[in-house]
Write a protein that binds this ligand. Sequence first.
Ligand code: SF4
Length: 446
Amino acid sequence: MIDTSAFQGKKAAYYTLGCKLNFSETSTFGKTLADMGVITAAKGEQADICLINTCSVTEVADHKCRQAIHRMVRQNPGAFVVVTGCYAQLEGETVSQIPGVDLVLGSNEKANLIQYLSDAWSQPREGHLHQHHTVKTKDIKTFQPSCSRGNRTRYFLKVQDGCNYFCTYCTIPFARGQSRNPTIASLVEQAQQAAAEGGKEIVLTGVNIGDFGRTTNEQFIDLVKALDQVEGIERFRISSLEPDLMSDELIDYCAHSRAFMPHFHVPLQSGSDEVLKLMHRRYDTQLFAHKIHLIKEKMPHAFIGVDVMVGCRGELPECFEACYEFLKGLPVTQLHVFPYSERPGTAALRIPYVVDDKEKKRRAHQLLVLSDEKTQAFYAEQIGQEADVLFEKAARGKAMHGFTENYVRVELPASQAREEYDNQIIRVKLGDFNHDKTALKAEIIG
Ligand code: SF4
């Protein structure tokens, strides 16, 4: 039994670390609590409930989580403090011992936040509860649906959770559990709801999205085809797809689809076949290059973002060189570069060759310079072209920004900006770079 009166009028503060999936889940927690009568605390206002959604992708992330928890406890004396997310799942016991923390919910339990809160509040409380509820990774089964409005014009629709891949450097399968997904029908319904609220763009999120269908015996391509029919949603983007799960059929479908954008994000991690083997990635550079070339053949104007990890164990200098050369030769648009971080319990720790921090930084820098060159060249190719831009809200008297179908950031000068352009798709002519080279200047056509 849930005592709804215990929630009424309470104020909640939220703090999220990590990926888009975490942000979309926090927003769902916010919605769920709001349905129970909880109000979101204004900036600087003291909260009765603090919810911190954590990440554990690197050691630095763990540290930031602890800092955020301490800060929330300090700024909200007496508040009921809940910690969830990947760090909470992996280090539940440790987190529950942090002074001020009341409740730690692991990846399986977070879907039942309201029940846990209600149970905890029905207990006599002197000081903090320090409870922690997490199950073993293999028992993580729940799927918390989530379709949330981002802070701009986009919705984030969670289509999948968990991962069965066990890449040697990664802790996500331990933190989020086995790959699982809801049905296509339920996701179409959530997309229709977003359209009814005026949403125009949806980003599909998940941990290993291409693995969609495992629990429902469906296929990712069928999800894409079904979503493509949702009226009112003008744009879909796929936040990330493992190259081995990006079928040629999917690339072909996106090239002709109504609303799937010519914008891809593909994790490469290393451009050296030796390192890919050490990482237990399920493809080689040949397969990766095939996917990139196919995308460009079908959609020459496509934006392609690529994740790369540098300095992982076993990345000899010649492996990094091979990676650099491989990327240099590929028609990709932007590199997301991550320095490798040692994670306790991962198989990568058994690889003897270690890259020191200074060298990791040097490699990261070299790839970032390459990334900048590629992105600038891609933007330069768009100058003089016409494009449809989905504009985002801007403060009165300020320039407006938005993105083209192929993810070029565009700036409309304040003199041309209009309130009614917010969340509208408008045809523009693309001009030169803006002052800090983060966007192309645009002029409205017609
Ligand atoms: S595919 Fe590999 S890197 Fe990605 S979440 Fe799964 S195990 Fe981690």
